[in-house]
Design a protein around this ligand. Structure first.
Ligand code: NAG
Length: 89
């Protein structure tokens, strides 16, 4: 019985994780021009201009759960992406 409970809670956790990661990423139509400090960034996603969204963008997720579209060519954006990738490993 205890085993079943563990199994069910593991399944629930998985569902939560899945729905978290499946959350649709919004479409960036304009990139933010400023710089955001690394310590405010939690994660990022990449948007290419090949889809319905017409610009290339690196979307940062901040600790306040905001999404910020930035220019993937900017040096600070490239540095921040590398930093977040390393942290995720
Ligand atoms: C967007 O990125 C793709 C792939 O990296 C590149 O081929 C394309 O030229 C870029 N478009 C713009 C507008 O920078």
């Amino acid at each position: 019985m205890a085993k079943l409970a563990v199994c069910v809670s593991a399944l629930l956790l998985m569902l939560v994780v899945l729905s978290e990661t499946r959350r649709p990423v919004p479409c960036c139509t304009e990139n933010y021009d400023g710089i955001i400090k690394l310590k405010y960034l939690k994660n990022f996603a990449v948007q290419l201009d090949t889809g319905i969204c017409n610009i290339n963008s690196t979307i940062f997720f901040t600790e306040k759960n905001k999404l910020i579209c930035t220019d993937p060519k900017k040096p600070w954006v490239i540095r921040a992406m590398k930093h977040l990738k390393n942290r995720a490993l």
